[in-house]
Design a protein around this ligand. Sequence first.
Ligand SMILES: [Ca+2]
Ligand SMILES: [Ca+2]
Length: 283
Amino acid sequence: MKHRVLSILTAGSLAAVCISSVATPFPFFYNSWTARYPASMTDDLLISAGGTGCQVCHQASAGGAPWNPYGFRVRIGWIATGDIDMAMMLAETFDSDNDVTGTSNLDEIAGSTQPGWIPGNDNTVLYADGTPVTNQPAPDCDGDYDPSPIDTRYCSPANVNSTGMPGRIDALGSPEVAQNNVTLAASDLPPGQFGYFLASRTQGMVMPPNSSGFLCVTGNIGRLNSPGMIIQGPSGSTAIDLTAIPINPTSPVMPGESWNFQCWYRDVGNTSNFTDAIEITFS
Ligand SMILES: [Ca+2]
Ligand SMILES: [Ca+2]
């Protein structure tokens, strides 16, 4: 169905609708983008949802200001070099939308997600002078805005903390043990309060004494609280070493195993709390 829509709307006719805020047509930018990334469906998935290819970079379907953070990054390179292909290349290594998986612009384009947009209303757009506008909705898209996270969420949402928000855990990186590339991230924690991550092969759900939240791992629990691994609210992240998870005794993660992670943290009022939890099945 998406392909049917695309066959009707040729690249040329689509590009013609990209009009800047000063009513100058700029099919050049979109044409350059599709020429550099011919296999990417990033633009096509916006188009089939009723938008235009301009929204890969711009908020408005007709282009112009403001830009999403990816488009703004390309714009910086364009202004600096006057070479649109160079500008797109210079933007590739950035993670402009700061998505939960930490995926670079190039990998999002290659994976046909949106390098400049995250799902929901937490997007930021920028005007020509760099003035940001926050809390903007993403344009409609027939695909995913971000790559799939490597984890499965459970025990979610967590009990709210003193900020009024439930703490949240995310995992970035790869579920492939051999890569030893997993970073745990926690967000919406109370500012200034410390916390650390927990690891276990076993899920559970119990509210410990003096806690405001649920502990969702049980059994042989590892505390990732060695120096450098302690985080501080409102958000923090730490890389974990899959060759040595500090359960008792310290054990490596093996391919095929599922492990569960959660973040414990202090909160104001002499209490503590937990984020929600995630399970990662390793390969
Ligand atoms: Ca990204
Ligand atoms: Ca994205």
